[in-house]
Design a protein around this ligand. Structure first.
Ligand SMILES: Nc1ncnc2c1ncn2[C@@H]1O[C@H](COP(=O)(O)OP(=O)(O)OP(=O)(O)O)[C@@H](O)[C@H]1O
Ligand SMILES: [Mg+2]
Length: 580
């Protein structure tokens, strides 16, 4: 579907405002045309015969007032419709991007996606809010004036309209160029936004490795390309008004030649001729504005294409038709021959026929070397990624048969890299349960041993922690993230290296608290310290995506040729708090 037509559909809810704007435009065009018509009585009666001055003057004033009011309302109403359309589109785009899968975000850049929400939407906004109004208002005005010309003198009107078709071809060609250049320009803008977002977020590394010059160069190159694209657009767009002007000059010559012959023959009064020339002059402004309209629309079209592409990407597994709500976990979670490969390397099995079962209320520890697939394994439980083989079942129900929302509502998670938001500590913890009371937040913070450090902060729970929580230490961030997961109070808990940034002592304290909390929860724990692993009801040892061993600590340690014993011997687990 044509992106411009599709864009228009966003205006449907605001059709009443649109209709009123159109009425105002028609009044505007009529008043404009009416003023042009006054040239005739002015030159034929008022000036030579000194009659009718009063009514001509009042008509001029009346029409001007009418035209002014109609212009104000048409602009106000039309802009209102456009702004509301863009607001809806922007909000839909944000929602749709946020709903995309983990794989979608892995392939795109944050800066690039932000550019779509800001730069592309801005391009569309310019057109929808302003150009659309221009187009309708000026077309109506032109139609009115052209009608007046035809009514006054058909032959003369046809003479000056003969040039019109000549205009269309360059307009269309230039429009195409504008669209292509705009699209490339928006891509450059996206790239620029990505480069800056990345450099700012990684400012420490940039400085530490003296990467400023490299980043500056990358930025300048992209900026240069953007500049070239913008100049291409400008060279096309600026060519239009002079083109129109030249054409206008031909029309004037034609009218003078034909008109003077008609006056000589007595077919036309000087007043009629003045009306004609006056109306032509009045047509000049609308034509000039209209000549840019097509270029602007082409720019919006390029941006709209990009926005709709994103809107049409559906990467998140939609709920199956008839998907049920998942009832609260009662018996077990089972991995059945689960295989998984990431989209960008479909042949590389990151997980290969992984099978194991966890009873409700049990703790499974997942251990293995770096890159063994531990994080990937736990990411499959909340369906951040979909299994590519086998299945995961909760109480015997395949998680693909239930709604994603009901599944995730049962899961609390602490991810391997801590994600916090630019907000207060209290609100960051309460993110898990926005309706939670301050007391509940504090209980969670105490359990995560975060309360101690929060209490020493000047603003306590109301302390703002900055972008990605960068005003906190790594260990503090992790404790806030744990408190957040605990507040969720969900039957399933996923802890991916949740305590890796804590010192041995605080880790021990947090582990204790976690152990208590995990008592009546089903937990997946990835940890590199033995204390947690030892206590687990079941240990899954992963090796290159395959399950090597499953069992309890003592059994695995005793088994001959066990990878677990090897990891243990290599001290790959810290023995802090192991108690042995
Ligand atoms: N988004 C992704 N796209 C493609 N490949 C990925 C992606 N994430 C991880 N991988 C690959 O999958 C494999 C397993 O990664 P995973 O993060 O599960 O390891 P891990 O066991 O959690 O390691 P660590 O202990 O270092 O956290 C790695 O080889 C990694 O390169
Ligand atoms: Mg990991």
């Amino acid at each position: 579907m044509n992106p411009i037509l599709r864009l228009c559909r966003y205006g449907y809810p605001y059709r009443v405002g649109f209709a009123l704007a159109v009425i105002a435009m028609l009044i505007y065009a009529a008043a404009h045309t009416g003023r042009a018509y006054l040239f005739k009585p002015i030159f034929d009666e008022v000036l030579p015969q000194r009659t009718g001055l009063a009514w001509v003057v009042s008509a001029v004033i009346g029409l001007s007032v009418c035209k002014g009011l109609a212009e104000y309302f048409s602009v106000y109403l039309m802009t209102g419709v456009g702004e509301r359309m863009v607001r809806d589109l922007r909000s839909q785009l944000f929602g749709r991007i946020l709903a995309q899968s983990a794989g979608f975000f892995a392939r795109r850049t944050t800066g690039g996606l932000m550019s779509r929400i800001t730069n592309d939407i801005n391009r569309i906004q310019q057109v929808v809010a302003h150009t659309m109004g221009d187009l309708l208002r000026e077309s109506a005005t032109l139609a009115g004036l052209a009608g007046l010309l035809l009514y006054q003198d058909t032959g003369l009107a046809l003479v000056c309209l003969t040039g019109a078709p000549v205009v269309v071809y360059p307009l269309v060609r230039l429009g195409q160029r504008v669209r292509r250049s705009t699209r490339r320009g928006q891509e450059e803008l996206e790239h620029l936004s990505h480069i800056s977002a990345e450099a700012f977020a990684g400012h420490r590394i940039v400085k530490a490795f003296a990467g400023e010059q490299y980043e500056q160069q990358r930025f300048d190159q992209a900026s240069e390309r953007l500049y070239r694209m913008n100049m291409k657009v400008t060279s096309s767009v600026s060519a239009l008004p002079p083109l129109m002007e030249w054409l206008g000059a031909f029309a004037v010559v034609g009218v003078l030649w034909y008109g003077s012959r008609e006056i000589a023959a007595g077919d036309l009064t000087p007043g009629g001729f003045s009306l004609f020339v006056g109306a032509m002059l009045l047509m000049y402004a609308p034509i000039k504005r209209l000549s840019r309209v097509n270029a602007n629309i082409q720019q919006a079209r390029a941006a709209a294409e990009r926005v709709f592409e994103t809107l049409d990407t559906r990467s998140e597994a939609a709920d199956k038709p008839g998907a049920r709500r998942l009832p609260p976990l009662e018996r077990s979670i089972a991995f059945r021959e689960v295989s998984f490969a990431y989209d960008d390397a479909p042949d590389e099995q990151v997980l290969d026929r992984v099978s194991f079962e966890v009873d409700a209320g049990q703790v499974v520890a997942v251990v293995g070397l770096s890159g063994a697939g531990k994080t990937t394994l736990v990411n499959l439980v909340p369906r951040f990624y979909e299994v590519t083989g086998g299945s995961i079942a909760v109480d015997g129900v395949d998680i693909r048969d239930v709604t994603v929302e009901s599944l995730r509502s049962q899961i609390g998670i602490v991810t391997q890299d801590t994600v916090l938001f630019d907000d207060t500590i209290g609100n960051n913890i309460a993110y898990a349960a926005p309706s939670a009371s301050r007391d509940a937040v504090e209980v969670a913070a105490r359990a995560a041993h975060a309360h101690e450090f929060i209490a020493t902060l000047p603003a306590g729970y109301d302390t703002l922690i900055g972008d990605r929580g960068q005003r906190l230490s790594g260990g503090q961030r992790q404790r806030v993230a744990i408190a957040r997961a605990l507040l969720r109070n969900s039957p399933i808990l996923i802890l991916d290296e949740a305590t890796s940034s804590l010192d041995a002592e605080s880790e021990l304290l947090v582990q204790d608290a976690l152990a208590k909390l995990m008592l009546n929860r089903t937990a997946f724990v990835i940890a590199h310290r033995l204390s947690t692993v030892r206590r687990a009801d079941r240990i899954v040892v992963l090796d290159h995506g395959r399950v090597r061993e499953i069992g309890r600590h003592d059994d695995l340690l005793a088994a001959t040729d066990s990878l677990y014993a090897k990891l243990y011997a290599l001290q790959l687990f810290d023995r802090d708090g192991a108690g042995d």
